[in-house]
Each structure stands twice: as structure tokens, then as C-alpha cells.
Design a binder for this molecule. Structure first.
Ligand code: NG6
Ligand code: CA
Length: 506
């Protein structure tokens, strides 16, 4: 029924008619073209309150604000998890990450987390005739066990549905610090092979732990492994010197690859998953952004991300693709200030509020862990505005299935296409969210229930509330977005029912 209703509302809006009749290419070529290009821009650790369009006044983000003004700005947009790997797993597969025990922050040498046999979102789009690409942060594992970084690195993105990939294996603070293009380390000199280990250092290789005099950014927690570009990382590596990245150039490198991908595929439907590395640690933006935000490296890195989005959107426009492309901008998890490097993010933050009006942040069960910026633009198709519909990145799979006429490969993923297109103010009724290590909570409409999880109330290292409590928590996010008033006692029935609903889904 729901799907029929959706079809009717789509037809009423003229969308189905327009897309069905859209083949505007020269006769005979690309006959089947009826699907818009789809681009997902995913920031790393960017908070709801980090953007001008979401109320930030201390940081100027004109590039992303322009994208927001051209489309729909969601006020209840979510990622599934408060850390990267599980969040990205859900985005790519449409499956809840807590169903997979391995869906936790992965080391740089972890095997591929996504089942290559499964119908992932990119594979589904490929089935619909799309050319698919991923550029940027991967963090979903590579290979099937021990990876030979000097040979063909497989399975990886190209085996789970991407035609093209240009990625970093894990995070910008993890080894190996090289880019991998279609399964091969880019720019590798065969005479200087790479080795990677998360167990021990290689004799003679400098590390943050043993050679603190060689690092240019101090440490507050971890990250005492191999030094690359004057910054020590998590894990160890040797060799591959020519292929190692320079953090200052990373944004330019990814931007060029992303632009090249859309340029090369301008004449056929494409899907691009462009996963920016900002403002994840280490925050080492290009020289042109240093000192520009007044908030230190974290703010400067956000300015860099904003510039990247602005440049990329200009390119899309220049290629004449704007009106046939749905662009989504969002973040993989909530914000964090001190995430291991002494970059003075806390000291220089002033009264900026990366978490917006919410409580918690990255790693947290509280709302700011997963409540993220969420913009959807498709000029000419989506009327600009603001939507309060409850939507989640896990729903891209089912929604794009609807958009492209494919079967939905995952029942965890709900078709919220009418909400994404601004044709309906209804999104999901309920959604299960996760802190990144398997602890779940449930949101239903404006209500959120966090089960009783005994544990430390604070992640001391990052100074973020965990959301753990020996008491069940229930909040009304509409009247209390800062989660100050636990209503679990006066609303015991509701809290109990929600807990039951959550456990039933698990
Ligand atoms: C943590 C790292 C943090 C970050 C995070 C993953 C330490 C002390 N902290 O373990 O710096 O890399 O993992 O972030 O090592 S995420 O956004 O990719 O999930
Ligand atoms: Ca992240």
C-alpha cells in the first residue's frame, strides 16, 4: 500500500512522467536514460551545528549553504551509527550495522566487511544501468585476510558494486597512508614495496612513540605509530615512500578524481559516493585554509570541506549536469573536538557548537552522535525548503531502488523517496540507531528511548557523554532537543513499548 501510495504521489508530482520520458540524448544513444545521476557527499565527523545553514555563526560555510539553499534541508536526518565503519556499512548496504558484529571502527588492514555476494546499493544502481564510483574514505576493509599491498588488493569497492574506486583504505589517521585506485596502490614504486602491520613496528622506522621529536602535531591519545608527513598515525608501515600522501593535498587529490569521474561519465547515468576526509583527525588542511576559521585546525578543515563542495558543485554546473543530478550532502557521525591529536580544537572552539542544540557527539548514544546535517538537492525537481521528516542514510538503498525501478535488496532500508523529494512530510515512523559498538536505541517520531546500559557516563578521552545509564531514558526531542528531561518514569508505558519494539527488530 505504502509503495502504491508513493507511486501515486510521484505520478501526481509529474516526476514519474518526467523521468520516464527524459531521454534527451541524441537519438539512438543511451536510450534507457531515465534515471538522474546520484551523488552522495559524505563528510567525516561533521556535526549538525557545524554549518551556517544549520545555524553556525562562528564558521562560514557558503559552499554547503548554497547547496542547502538549492534543495531540501532536513532537520531530522540521521546516520545509523556514531562512528564511521558501521555508519558507512549501512549507507552502502542498506542493512543495520549491529546485525554484523564486525561493523566496528576497523584498522587499516582489516578484511572487507561487505559481503561481495550481496546486492549492495551501488550494485543495485549498476543493475539499473548506472556507472558507479567511490572517491575518498573507504573504511570498510579490503581483501580477504592478509593483503599484499604491492599486488592487487581485492576484494574491495570494485567487488561490491563500484566500477571505479579511488580511496584511502581506512582513515586519515590510520596506516597505510596511500591511495588505492581500482585495487592498486597509486604511484607505488615496485622497488620500494609497502608493508603494513597493526601488531608491531618495523625495525628502524620512526614512530610517534619512539621519535616524538620528529612529529609536528602532539598527541593526546593513541596515534603513536608510523610517522608520515610529520604526523604519527595508528598502525605501522614501511616502504611505499613515493606513494604516501601529503595531508595538505588530500582535498585537491580527491576533488580532482571526483571531478574526473563525473566528467568521464557525463553522458550516462552515474552514481558517485564522494567521501570527504574532513574534519576527521589529523586536521591538516591545505595551506590556503590555515588560520582562516579562527577556530584552529578543526574549523580550518571544515572551511576546506566547504570549499571542496563549492568547487565540485561548480564543476557539475559547468558540465551541464545540475538539473539531472540528485546531490546529497551528509556526515558519517557526530562531531568530536579532541580525537587524539593536540590540535587545540577544544581551546579554540570558543562558543561554537558543533553538536547544534543536541547532547552528546561522536561515539555517543545521545542525539548528536547520529543526528547529522542532511541536504538533498535536485534543481527543477525538488522544491527548496526545510523538511522535518525522519530520514536516515540506511534508506538511500530502498529510496534509490524506488527511483530507479529496482527491487529493494534490504528490508532494514525504507523507501523515503517522497520525503527526499519533498513530496511528503512523512519519513520513517521509527529508526534504530547505534553508538558504533553495538549498543542500540530507538527513535519513534519525536520520541527517543535509550535502554538501560550500565557503564561510564563519560568517554573521558574525548570528553563526550556516552549516553550510558543504569536507568532507561526517554526523551521528547521536539520539546527537549538537548535531552535534559528523562521522561521514562512519567511515560513508563511508552518507554517500555519502545524498548520492546527495539528488541523485536534486533
Ligand atoms: C579511534 C581513534 C580516533 C578515530 C576513531 C575513528 C584513538 C585514540 N582514537 O579509535 O582518532 O580515528 O577511532 O573515527 O586512536 S571514525 O570517524 O573513523 O569512526
Ligand atoms: Ca567519522
Amino acid at each position: 500500500m505504502k509503495s502504491l501510495h508513493h507511486l501515486i504521489s510521484l505520478a501526481a508530482s509529474g516526476l514519474l512522467l518526467q523521468t520516464a520520458c527524459a531521454p534527451k540524448m541524441k537519438a539512438g544513444r543511451i536510450e534507457s536514460r531515465k534515471n538522474p545521476n546520484i551523488i552522495i557527499l559524505l563528510a567525516d565527523d561533521l556535526g549538525y551545528g557545524d554549518l551556517g545553514c544549520y545555524g553556525a555563526s562562528k564558521l562560514k560555510t557558503p559552499g554547503i549553504d548554497r547547496l542547502a539553499a538549492s534543495g531540501l534541508r532536513f532537520t531530522n536526518g540521521y546516520c545509523t551509527s556514531a562512528t564511521s565503519t558501521p555508519s558507512r556499512y549501512a549507507l552502502i548496504t542498506g542493512r543495520y550495522p549491529w546485525r554484523n558484529e564486525r561493523a566496528r571502527v576497523l584498522p587499516g588492514d582489516a578484511p572487507l566487511l561487505v559481503d561481495p555476494e550481496s546486492t549492495t546499493m551501488p550494485r543495485m544502481l549498476k543493475n539499473a544501468g548506472y556507472t558507479t564510483g567511490v572517491v575518498g574514505k573507504w573504511h570498510l576493509g579490503l581483501g580477504a585476510g592478509k593483503v599484499d599491498w604491492n599486488g592487487s588488493i581485492s576484494p574491495g569497492p570494485n567487488e561490491v558494486g563500484f566500477n571505479y574506486s579511488y580511496i584511502m583504505a581506512a582513515t586519515n589517521d590510520r596506516c597505510p597512508t596511500v591511495f588505492i585506485e581500482n585495487g592498486t596502490v597509486a604511484g607505488l614504486d615496485p622497488a620500494d614495496p609497502i608493508e603494513v602491520s597493526y601488531k608491531q613496528n618495523y625495525p628502524g622506522e620512526p614512530t610517534g612513540k619512539d621519535n616524538p621529536d620528529q612529529i609536528r602535531m602532539g598527541l593526546t591519545q593513541g596515534h603513536a605509530g608510523t610517522i608520515v608527513n610529520g604526523i604519527s598515525r595508528i598502525g605501522f608501515m614501511k616502504g611505499g615512500k613515493k606513494a604516501r600522501w601529503t595531508d595538505e593535498n588530500m582535498a585537491d587529490t580527491f576533488l580532482l578524481k571526483a571531478e574526473k569521474f563525473i566528467e568521464n561519465n557525463r553522458n550516462r547515468p552515474f552514481f558517485l559516493y564522494y567521501a570527504l576526509h574532513e574534519p576527521h583527525v589529523p586536521r591538516v588542511p591545505n595551506h590556503k585554509f590555515i588560520g582562516k576559521s579562527g577556530l584552529g585546525p578543526r574549523g580550518d578543515a571544515i572551511l576546506e570541506a566547504d570549499w571542496v563542495v563549492g568547487e565540485f558543485m561548480k564543476k557539475l554546473e559547468l558540465l551541464g549536469l545540475s538539473n539531472n543530478t540528485m546531490v546529497i550532502f551528509t556526515s558519517d557521525n557526530g562531531p568530536v573536538l579532541d580525537d587524539g591529536y593536540a590540535d587545540r580544537a577544544v581551546e579554540l572552539n570558543g562558543d561554537h557548537t558543533p553538536w547544534g542544540p543536541m547532547r552528546g557527539g561522536k561515539y555517543s548514544l545521545l542525539d548528536a552522535g547520529t543526528h547529522v546535517p542532511f541536504l538533498v538537492s535536485w534543481p527543477g525537481k525538488i522544491k527548496p525548503g526545510v523538511s522535518d521528516a525522519l530520514v536516515c542514510q540506511i534508506d538511500f538503498t530502498a529510496s534509490f531502488a524506488e527511483l530507479t525501478g529496482q527491487p529493494n535488496p534490504s528490508s532494514d532500508s525504507e523507501n523515503v523517496l517522497p520525503a527526499l523529494l519533498g513530496l511528503s512530510s512523512d519519513g520513517r515512523n521509527s529508526l534504530i540507531l547505534e553508538n558504533g559498538s553495538g549498543k542500540t536505541l530507538i527513535r519513534e517520531h519525536e520520541w527517543v528511548m535509550i535502554p538501560d546500559y550500565p557503564g561510564e557516563p563519560l568517554y573521558k578521552a574525548v570528553n563526550i557523554e556516552t549516553g550510558f545509564s543504569s536507568e532507561i531514558q526517554l526523551y521528547n526531542l521536539r520539546s527537549d532537543p538537548g535531552q535534559k528531561m528523562n521522561l521514562a518514569k512519567p511515560e513508563a508505558l511508552r518507554a517500555g513499548r519502545m524498548k520492546e519494539a527495539m528488541l523485536k527488530t534486533r
